[in-house]
Design a binder for this molecule. Structure first.
Ligand SMILES: Nc1ncnc2c1ncn2[C@@H]1O[C@H](COP(=O)(O)OP(=O)(O)OP(=O)(O)O)[C@@H](O)[C@H]1O
Ligand SMILES: [Mg+2]
Length: 276
């Protein structure tokens, strides 16, 4: 699922425009990724995600979700095709600009990538330290975001003292603490059960509503499901905005749409793995 907020500046003048006049926050054109050894993980994937969209990337294990996310932060390069972020072709960008790209994209990795020898507080503070935030700002923002994700009582715990769901919430807090214009979350497929997984989606939805002060953008929020199968986009559906929906209503709707029964039974569709 990708959550994109508006940039103050638009994209490059030459970049393709969406309805609102800005370049899509993410645009992939005929992207193919062949890993060394010959496995084709993505096969001519084309998609465009607008600012303000809330997108689920779903599909069975091995279909290419993590590969796609890694291409957006330049951890992997496309074998063919182009990847644009906010109108910039990141494949054509100099290596020097990669850290700047990553500063603007909050990423929740499938394996969380928490620092094992740092506390919850320090793991989140670290994300602000590396961008040169002032100490006062760090002291203000870290407890605030940890409160939002429901971890106020775990500030001094270490990652190995947390459950998988709690570790993921630390990872979300770290990705979001500097309010990046784009948030990507690669959800673990094995680590979390579907119900916990939906709880995480509700959490992201709530964070998004809480920190977004741009009313117009929230009103325009659409929800979209893109499905991959064997490296190809096989479904891309958009539904309307859900501005007035409560967090629990959102959870119920997601359960229904993602095929997860209240007891946590799935319909056999491995669809809780998401790109945010
Ligand atoms: N470094 C790599 N080298 C070779 N093949 C790889 C590499 N990483 C992933 N693959 C293969 O590419 C395909 C897509 O992998 P990817 O990790 O993107 O799947 P995924 O959709 O994220 O799966 P999951 O739901 O299990 O996380 C898989 O068949 C995988 O085995
Ligand atoms: Mg994956």
């Amino acid at each position: 699922m990708a959550r994109a907020r508006k940039h103050k500046k638009g994209g490059e003048p030459s970049a393709p425009r969406n309805r609102k006049g800005g370049a899509p926050i993410i645009e992939m054109r005929d992207v193919t990724k062949v890993y060394p050894g010959g496995h084709m993980a993505l096969d001519r994937v084309s998609l465009a995600i607008d600012r303000g969209e809330f997108v689920f990337l779903v599909g069975p294990t091995g279909c290419g979700k993590s590969t796609l996310i890694k291409m957006l932060i330049r951890e992997l390069e496309a074998t063919e095709g182009s990847v644009r972020i906010a109108g910039r072709d990141i494949g054509a960008m100099s290596e020097k600009k990669t850290p700047n790209l990553r500063r603007n994209i909050g990423t929740v990795f499938q394996d969380f990538k928490l620092l094992p020898d740092r506390t919850v507080y320090d793991n989140v503070a670290y994300a602000l330290q590396v961008i040169g935030a002032h100490r006062g700002e760090i002291r203000r923002q870290v407890p605030e975001i940890l409160r939002l994700v429901g971890l106020s009582t775990k500030l001094h715990s270490y990652p190995d003292e947390l459950s998988g769901g709690e570790q993921q919430r630390v990872s979300i807090a770290r990705a979001f603490v500097n309010h990046p214009p784009l948030l990507l979350a690669d959800e673990p497929s094995g680590n979390l059960d579907p119900v916990t997984s939906i709880g995480v989606m509700q959490l992201l939805y709530r964070i998004n509503k809480t920190v977004t002060h741009d009313r117009e953008m929230v009103d325009n929020m659409r929800r979209r499901v893109i499905e991959l199968y064997e490296g190809r986009v096989v479904r891309d559906e958009v539904s309307g905005g859900y501005t007035e929906e409560s967090t629990s209503e959102c959870g119920l709707r997601m359960r229904a749409e993602m095929g997860v029964a209240p007891e946590g039974q799935t319909n056999g569709h491995d669809s809780h793995d998401s790109l945010f």
